[in-house]
Design a protein around this ligand. Structure first.
Ligand code: CMC
Length: 377
């Protein structure tokens, strides 16, 4: 046996879902380039692509949308559970609680190739409702009442959060952000979901495991951390000094930079940057964007020789802010999209390649010793 720190370059499964070329900065879902999908598709098409293997025809898309919309009606007790949590709770911890609550209804869950995809589609819908209710709880707003309205997923989700939203550009930015975050092979959160599902645990519980792994600042929490850097810097004039003091001398990590797989620009980051530059028009937003661009320039100059470049989380927060979300929702929005990738991966694994994931640890402690009674220690 050998220990492989961080499981770097260890493959845990075969997949036909997502491919990444970390040297060239290429990301594809089932062979389709991420930019092509982000600029042309609707989120529900990508959900269908990930679950069923092909882009849907019209009738297939309608069926997929209907199944997702079924999931918007989460049981009342789940909404009540969210309501009992304090409004200043961490949004992803609130999601874990909601998914834990939904798992209580799955006592007799059994994996079944025939039924899994429909359940997964409903979970995608339920996630939108749960995240919207968390947003509303955190703002002391009453539960949403308009979740049964039609519209595409992004529009329905924003309606659930904010009430009626008629801004096409914001719905479009939400749709793109969801597509960009759908899947990324097997990062820590997806691996956590795979470990849980490999015990034949239910889908909701597996998602709860994924959420726990996503939450940290080295993974899903990075968008919040990157955006907080911009706030802390405050003005484009402060970027150089902040970088020198914190990153060069303080040795702090530049958040939203670096990736285990990409050793060049993350293609998702380039698209988030394009959306931010095209959409942001308010003064505060433009100031933060300039801060981000200056910081990117310094970061690339400093770190590119080590293969460290900005990742997807560097500009995504600015796009979420443009849509209307506060920073404390950014990681939950990442989870909202990624639930599709988690579900697609656990179905691919459990249905086609199942084996209990049970690695080993190499023991380095003392040899056999005699027990010493407490009074003699
Ligand atoms: N700023 C400064 N130095 C860095 C950074 C960074 N953001 N990232 C890596 N390094 C340096 C690190 O100090 C180390 O240097 P040395 O070899 O001299 O000790 C070297 O690069 C390798 O770092 P590592 O942590 O061993 O590499 P990793 O493959 O485990 O790192 C990472 C991946 C994402 C944890 C890391 O790049 C990082 O902490 N980035 C900041 C957090 C972040 O933006 N996370 C989001 C990742 S992408 C979206 C997602 O998956 O959620």
């Amino acid at each position: 046996m050998s220990v492989i720190p961080g499981l770097e370059d260890v493959a845990i499964k075969y997949t036909s879902l997502t491919s990444i070329d970390g040297q060239k900065g290429i990301l594809r879902y089932r062979g389709y380039d991420i930019k092509d999908l982000a600029y042309n598709a609707e989120y529900e098409e990508i959900v269908h692509l990930m679950f069923y293997g092909e882009l849907p025809r019209h009738d297939e898309l309608e069926r997929t949308k209907k199944n997702i919309a079924e999931g918007y009606k989460v049981p009342d007790f789940v909404i009540q559970v969210i309501r009992t949590l304090s409004s200043d709770s961490d949004a992803v911890a609130m999601m874990e609680t909601a998914f834990g609550a939904m798992a209580t209804t799955e006592k007799n869950f059994a994996w079944s190739k025939e039924k899994d995809k429909e359940i997964a589609l409903r979970i995608v819908g339920s996630t939108a409702r749960v995240v919207a209710e968390i947003y509303r709880r955190k703002r002391d707003m009453p539960p949403s009442t308009i979740h049964e309205k039609s519209g595409n997923y992004s529009e329905s989700f924003l309606n659930m959060c904010f009430g009626n939203i008629n801004e096409k550009e914001k719905i479009d930015a939400m749709n793109k952000a969801l597509i960009l975050y759908v899947d990324h092979e097997v990062p820590a959160s997806t691996t956590a979901a795979l470990v849980a599902s490999s015990t034949l645990s239910d889908m909701y519980s597996s998602i709860t495991a994924a959420l726990a792994a996503l939450k940290g600042p080295l993974h899903g929490g990075a968008a919040e951390a990157a955006y907080n850097q911009f706030l802390q810097i405050g003005s484009p004039n402060n970027v150089e000094e902040w970088f020198k003091k914190n990153v060069m001398e303080g040795k702090k990590r530049l958040m939203g930079f670096g990736h285990r797989v990409y050793k060049t620009y993350d293609p998702r980051m380039l698209i988030f940057k394009e959306i931010a530059k095209k959409s942001i028009s308010d003064e505060e937003g433009k100031k933060l964007l300039t801060v981000a661009e200056k910081l990117e320039e310094l970061g690339v100059k400093q770190f590119s020789s080590k293969g460290i470049y900005p990742n997807t989380d560097f500009y995504s927060g600015l796009v979420f802010r443009y849509i209307g979300f506060p920073v404390d929702m950014f990681t939950a929005l990442f989870a909202l999209a990624r639930v599709t990738g988690w579900l697609a991966h656990i179905m691919e694994y459990v249905e086609d390649q199942h084996r209990l994931i049970r690695p080993r640890a190499i023991y380095t402690g003392p040899e056999r010793r005699e027990y010493v009674p407490i009074e003699k220690r």
